[in-house]
Design a protein around this ligand. Structure first.
Ligand SMILES: NC(=O)c1ccc[n+]([C@@H]2O[C@H](COP(=O)([O-])OP(=O)(O)OC[C@H]3O[C@@H](n4cnc5c(N)ncnc54)[C@H](OP(=O)(O)O)[C@@H]3O)[C@@H](O)[C@H]2O)c1
Length: 315
């Protein structure tokens, strides 16, 4: 029996009617799943603001999108490098001053399988710094605007959350003693997922309105490994991408777009492709391992993240 509430094909953009008047912010939208998400949202008449680290790539992406959707398409970008807390603060300030509402903030940007231990501007292990700490601060700084907009935050996780050490390495957050490109990436994605569910709990306790949804894109043919991974992983993922085990970047965008737009969702769920290994297939509810919602780890991670980013949430 098919248990997917969106039918045999799962959720697709056909489920979206029209998004005129809605504003979506996407981190890392100049390429990959973020870029495809921008395309889907623009095709439904939404406004999209990309938060990207590279000016040239952002301009190229904007041109491409305007070519496809016309010069009046509501697409713009703000420069933000998640590897620098100052850059995140500056971008958030610009968003708060220039964007009147946020219907959804999609935390999509990431680096993955970085071959050697590297540090962000603020001295964090690069994958944890970019994927988790950068987004933790951004969400905090934009929270009030999203609350006023009765909007949502979408956290793009990864099935990798269950391929690493399956908890948070509090005694060595920078992986000085045991750096491993994959385990350390998985650690950062688990941190993002744990942050999201902890944020949900805090919002509920504070009687606030923002909705938080968590998803993953399965295995999608994007530039993720090409951009940040080592040679061996680039070759392996390049070969895998030529097989049906890996889906298009466009399909990889469906879960995040669904989480940003669909009304009939459950915040406690974890959404993504539900086919083989959850890498491809109809978008629906995926199983979430219990350690991703371990309350004591999540609350400790929250405290550690506030200290690291020097940002105290009002929740
Ligand atoms: N592709 C997969 O199979 C897969 C699997 C599991 C999870 N995911 C998740 O899916 C999401 C989208 O990734 P993708 O596969 O679409 O990868 P992608 O094609 O590499 O896109 C990632 C985006 O993040 C941006 N980014 C990287 N570092 C940044 C920084 N410091 N500041 C701001 N932006 C930064 C990139 O910008 P540049 O272009 O400037 O590098 C790019 O726009 C990520 O959260 C990833 O963890 C992907």
């Amino acid at each position: 029996m098919n248990t997917n509430k969106f039918g045999k094909k799962g959720w697709t953009p056909n489920n979206i009617d029209n998004l005129k008047g809605k504003t979506f912010l996407i981190t890392g939208a100049n390429t990959g799943a973020g870029f495809e998400a921008a395309k889907i949202l623009l095709s439904k008449d939404a406004e999209v603001v990309m938060l990207n680290r590279n000016e040239q790539k952002s301009q190229k992406a904007t041109e491409e999108l305007k070519e496809q959707f016309g010069t009046t398409a509501k697409i713009s970008f703000i420069i933000m490098d998640l590897a620098s807390l100052d850059s995140v603060r500056n971008a958030a300030k610009e968003v708060n001053e220039t964007i009147s509402k946020i219907d959804a903030l999609i935390c999509n940007a990431a680096i993955a399988q970085v071959p050697k231990l590297k540090f962000t501007t603020d001295g964090f292990e690069s994958q944890l710094g970019v994927n988790h700490y950068g987004h933790f601060l951004l969400c905090g700084l934009l929270y009030e605007k999203i609350e006023q907009s009765k909007g949502r935050i979408v956290v793009v996780g990864s099935e990798g959350y269950k391929m690493g050490i399956k908890t948070i390495q509090f005694d060595d957050m920078n992986w000085n003693s045991n750096y491993h490109p994959m385990n350390t990436y998985c650690h950062s994605k688990l941190a993002q997922i744990m942050f999201a569910y902890e944020l949900q709990d805090r919002i509920k306790t504070a009687n606030k309105n923002v909705k938080i949804y968590v998803c993953h894109p399965g295995a999608s043919a994007t530039s993720l490994i090409k951009n940040s991974g080592g040679l061996r992983d680039r070759i392996i993922f390049g070969l895998l991408s030529m097989t049906p085990l890996v889906q298009s970047a466009e399909k990889g965008a469906y879960p995040e777009v669904m989480c940003a737009t669909e009304e009939k969702l459950n915040q406690k769920a974890y959404y993504g492709p539900t086919g083989k290994m959850n890498w491809t297939g109809p978008v629906g509810v995926c199983k979430l391992e219990p350690y991703a919602k371990d309350k004591s780890v999540a609350t400790k991670l929250w405290t550690v993240s506030e200290k690291a980013t020097n940002y105290k949430w009002n929740l």
